[in-house]
Design a protein around this ligand. Sequence first.
Ligand code: SF4
Length: 210
Amino acid sequence: MDFAEAQKEALGCTKCGLCHSRTRVVFGEGPLNAGLFIVGEAPGFNEDAEGRPFRGASGMLLDRILDSQGIGRDEVYLTTLVKCRPPESPPRSPKPAEISACRPYLMAQLKAVDPKVVVALGDIASRVLTGRKEAVSRIRGRAIPLDGRYVFPTLALSRALYTPADRDLLLSDFSRLPELLEAERPSTYGTLNVPRTPDAEREPVQPGLW
Ligand code: SF4
């Protein structure tokens, strides 16, 4: 599935039960040539209402943290493991079957953007994107070479919002990103079979196609 097909299909998707708890599908947004790709767990109340990722207080925190590293939100591709808001208040975490159902959309996004660095926010995104079982608090701030990219697990924004010590850790982790974005792509790495198209074979990026 290519990016355009994934986006079109996701916007009307009923592949898992989260279609019943959403108001709007939050597919993701950002430039298709972004070097940095950030993956959260799931849309929350504000994202569901606006149809855009990382809004509300968490979005403002993310903007501030990116800004502290000289990175603009408009330079980053932003998305979540599942594209629909889970039920309950606050929303429960997505279940493994829901994450699996939504995985083809995330894979299409990763393949199209082909970022150098993928930030995984929180335990679930960290486990899905690194394939490792440790809690994110044990492996946060490490660049894990996988599929020709660096996967970079760190804390969830929601956790950092309410705990100043966690906010400091998140800031410290993000301070490594400029250096990683300048680094060469890893040449020896494990794989989770996340698709990657070599630069020479990639279609030209279509600016503005979110
Ligand atoms: S979470 Fe993903 S798989 Fe489930 S209904 Fe929404 S778009 Fe479809």
